[in-house]
Design a protein around this ligand. Structure first.
Ligand SMILES: [Fe+2]
Length: 248
């Protein structure tokens, strides 16, 4: 084989000859790579049931898109990676895993706490938000009046607790089997399930939830977020909690 043909073969193998022969095709492919396929695995990202712009101007569409498609997806991706060597993570109910973190091997405990906690928190978060979310009624309103001092005090106290949460975390309303409510915060991606409780609802006070619109003004985000709450879904969760059937 001549040195020229050998060089041609080497260049062809590296794609350089093809690029010279059909530059438009090659560059077009380079400019528009195929979208990355969702990594295979037992955990999947729950789709939003409303458009990302549903909460404008209170939560901007870009924040919703990044928050759901990238931040929540990152937990799913990490969980699928963990499940390759720990398949029981995907076959055990999420509350059972989160409620028994100490039963896990030390090598995965922190990763499960963060990623399954993040998956649970965000799944709840997307569920309890929705356009035209109405107002609290019936049993939920009665519980808010009884346990949290009425709507105005509840919202003020919830916002204050979310504002006080140092760094990243969540502000929740927990609910027990008797339907009693309490405002509680957790750091990072911890969830009340981890200490035997259940979240009726909660707001994400990580900066990724609000920074594009509100920058450092977490208090303004906390106040505006109430416009996104879906009270009929919270009523469903309240009934499920009293029946001992609330998942995450
Ligand atoms: Fe988040």
């Amino acid at each position: 084989m001549s040195s020229i043909s050998r060089r041609h073969l080497m260049l062809a193998a590296s794609g350089i000859v093809a690029a010279a022969a059909a530059p438009h095709t090659v560059f077009a492919q380079a400019a528009a790579p195929a979208p990355a396929a969702a990594p295979p695995g037992p955990f999947t990202l729950p789709p939003l049931t409303y458009p990302t712009a549903a909460f404008e101007p209170h939560i901007d569409a870009k924040t919703m898109e990044i928050h759901h498609d990238r931040h929540h997806q990152a937990f799913i991706t990490n969980l699928n990676s963990l499940a390759k060597t720990n398949p029981q993570l995907a076959t055990t109910a999420v509350p059972e895993v989160l409620g028994n973190l100490n039963a896990l091997d030390d090598s995965i405990k922190i990763a499960v706490r963060n990623n399954l906690g993040g998956h649970a928190n965000h799944s709840m978060f997307w569920e309890i938000m929705g356009p035209n979310g109405g107002k609290p009624e019936g049993e939920v309103l009665a519980a808010i009046d009884r346990d949290l001092g009425g709507m105005e005090k509840f919202q003020n106290d919830f916002n204050a607790a979310g504002g006080r949460q140092f760094g990243s975390g969540w502000v929740f309303v927990t609910v027990d089997k008797d339907g009693k409510l309490a405002i509680e915060t957790r750091p990072n991606q911890d969830n009340p399930i981890m200490d035997g409780k259940r979240a009726l609802m909660g707001n994400d006070v990580w900066e990724h939830a609000y920074y594009l619109t509100y920058q450092n003004r977490r208090a303004d985000y906390l106040k505006a977020w109430w416009n996104t709450v879906n009270w009929s879904k919270i009523a469903e969760r309240y009934a499920a909690a009293k029946a001992g059937k609330l998942g995450v």
